[in-house]
Ligand binder design. Structure first.
Ligand code: SAM
Length: 342
């Protein structure tokens, strides 16, 4: 059974009344007459990557895609325009990567495919802090309930991943994609072979390639994380970039299979210590030292231990253990981590 079917079933189990309501209300309708809500793309996410064959920034028409993403903020914006009886609205249907002007007809938002979304569906989405994907005429929240609860959480730009209430990226005074850029910028140089120890949504892997890495090996242990990122438009480059190799597994085990002096740089972005203590331990640091080339750089994200109320010696402990393994360590408090050089 396909992952998406499992996801939908889980959603139905967890959220049966809500989903039933959604399925009832959210089914898109056939457009009246020839109405098509397809509009010019006016803006796009534009950080070194063009999605449409180098035409970034140019006004153009595109063939409508079938997957559209809705957030509460965007739903509220559309509802506001409906209130004001406006005819059109500029919104993003791909989580802030680009924006479109869409038509409004009374209580309906007209999608680029010509399908209509009812006001009641938008009212429901407006009340949640989830991301809904509209696919095959149905809305489903991007979430998975298992031993943990996983959900993609909207921000004003790229989403973050929340695992049982813990966010995997910085979102305060920062947004997740830029957060990844800063981490990668500390370690990765053009032509590098890079280890991305904790792949997550793939932002660090994507930035490693954008910084010119020749090859990136990105390891992710969690099946649910790997499933959710497939539906995240901001992760798409990690699947389309030939220079990124995805490894499904535990980096602690995987690193043991790597030859000595293999990587030029490593981005080590583990979950917090309480969730993955072994990735902050002496043995793992020994492996990091072994697999990186002399002169190679590791950016190790340590979280927010510099902030008030946290134990002041947390970074001290990380630094000490890295030094014991042979690294020279430079604090990077503004990036919430340390740079370790072999
Ligand atoms: C802070 S997030 C990484 C975010 C990621 N760098 C990005 O750009 O989106 C940590 C990730 O590490 C994964 N993880 C935890 N333990 C791991 C392990 N032993 N091996 C590989 N991945 C692991 C978690 O499932 C989670 O997705």
């Amino acid at each position: 059974m396909g992952r998406r079917v499992i996801l939908l079933r889980l959603v139905l189990l967890i959220n049966a009344p809500i989903v039933e309501n959604l399925l009832l209300n959210f089914r898109a309708r056939k457009p009246p007459g020839e109405t098509v809500g397809m509009i010019e793309e006016v803006e796009r996410e534009n950080e070194g990557k063009k999605r449409f064959g180098g035409l970034g920034g140019v006004r153009m028409r595109e063939v409508p895609k079938e997957d559209f993403y809705f957030t509460s903020k965007m739903a509220r914006k559309v509802l506001g325009s409906m209130e004001r009886d406006e005819d059109a609205i500029e919104v993003s249907l791909d989580l802030n990567r680009s924006s479109l002007h869409l038509l409004l007809q009374g209580n309906y938002l007209i999608l680029p495919t010509g399908k209509q979304v009812e006001r009641s569906a938008l009212e429901h989405i407006a009340k949640t802090n989830k991301i809904y994907i509209y696919r095959q005429d149905t809305f489903s929240p991007l979430e998975i309930m298992n031993n943990n609860y996983y959900k993609l959480v909207p921000t004003d730009r790229a989403p973050t991943l929340e695992i049982s209430g813990i966010q995997m990226h910085r979102t305060k005074n920062c947004e997740p994609f830029s957060d990844a850029r800063q981490k990668v910028g500390e370690a990765v140089r053009r032509g590098d072979v890079v280890l991305d120890t904790c792949g997550g949504l793939g932002y660090t892997a994507i930035w490693s390639r954008r910084f010119g890495a020749k090859q990136v090996i990105s390891v992710e242990v969690d099946e649910e994380v790997r499933a959710i990122r497939k539906d995240n438009p901001w992760s798409s480059e990690m699947f389309s970039e030939s220079g990124i190799t995805l490894v499904d597994g535990d980096v602690f085990t995987y690193i043991g299979s790597i030859p000595d002096n293999y990587f030029n740089s490593i981005v080590h972005d583990p979950p917090r210590f309480s969730l993955a203590g072994e990735l902050y331990g002496k043995e793992f640091y020994r492996q990091l030292y072994r697999v990186i080339k002399p002169g190679g750089r590791v950016f190790h994200y340590t979280g927010n231990p510099y902030s008030k109320g946290k134990k002041r010696d947390f970074v001290g402990g990380v630094t000490r253990r890295l030094k014991e393994r042979g690294f020279t360590v430079f604090p990077r408090p503004e990036k919430l981590g340390v740079l370790a050089v072999k």
